[in-house]
Write a protein that binds this ligand. Structure first.
Ligand SMILES: [Zn+2]
Length: 258
């Protein structure tokens, strides 16, 4: 009799424990502001292409991304987007994220003053929005990166502070394809640079270029995608970045580096 009573108490205790632990899990999910707890160990990669659109390479890049069923982010140059609005529209229609990389890409004029920079950024934003017919995120990439030394250190600091105040996020990178280190960079150098920089990265933002001369970047792209897939990365665009992705990128000094 006493034995079965003890057994009953133990069973009751186990049931209470199971009930409480399931309750805890539900709350953990709810407290995660929309991010899935099951994805806490997820590795994420953002493929980014600067300097486009380009008539010869944008369609090729788009085809490779589509063939591999992955999406990327294009930081486009305003004057190029203005003369090729159909390419911008095509990128967007195929689920790619299109964001500004300045209108002029002219370092000298772009970084001469805060005012000049803001006008240029706005102009690039308008070109993209006109081409796609929709509003874009307040996310962009500085030509030369956020720590470029083209303007005086003070002017650059003011520009960074102003865009942050206005609610923009600027995106640098932690994985470089090195495809802009020379006019022509070999496919193996591009693939190996990406592999080397991505080792151990939980979040990766890959810098590549979509420019007329960058055909080796296009050739390298399938190998780059294959490598990230084999290493279990989830591909995202900046439209899809979660709050936790953004927080991680801020901590890694990829977004809004001061
Ligand atoms: Zn650029």
């Amino acid at each position: 009799m006493r034995k079965s009573l003890n057994l009953g108490i133990i069973l009751l205790f186990i049931m209470c424990f199971l009930y409480l632990s399931s309750f805890y899990k539900v709350n953990a999910l709810e407290n995660h502001s929309g991010d899935n707890v099951a994805n806490a160990d997820e590795k994420v990669v953002f493929l980014t292409f600067d300097d486009g659109p380009s008539r010869n390479n944008t369609p090729k890049i788009l085809n490779i991304l589509k063939e591999n069923n992955v999406y990327g982010t294009f930081f486009v140059v305003g004057y190029k987007a203005e003369s090729n609005p159909e390419l911008v529209k095509r990128l967007r229609d195929n689920g790619m994220c299109v964001l500004p990389h300045s209108y002029s890409h002219n370092y000298k004029s772009l970084y001469s003053s805060v005012d000049g920079f803001m006008k240029d950024l706005e102009r690039c934003t308008n070109v993209i929005e006109d081409a796609t017919g929709e509003r874009i995120l307040k996310v962009f990439r500085f030509p030369g990166g956020s720590d470029n030394r083209v303007s005086s250190l003070d002017t650059m600091k003011d520009i960074r502070a102003t865009v942050r105040d206005k609610g923009y996020k600027y995106v640098d990178w932690n994985i470089s394809s090195e495809d802009a280190t020379a006019y022509r960079v070999s496919v193996s150098k591009i693939v190996n640079s990406v592999k080397k920089d991505s080792r151990g990265a939980k979040v990766g933002v890959v810098l590549m270029h979509d420019a007329e001369a960058k055909d080796t970047t296009v050739e390298a792209l399938p190998y780059i995608i294959k490598n990230f897939k084999e290493n279990g990365y989830v591909f995202k665009t900046f439209d899809e970045a979660t709050e936790s992705d953004i927080k991680t990128m801020e901590l890694c000094r990829i977004i809004n580096r001061e």
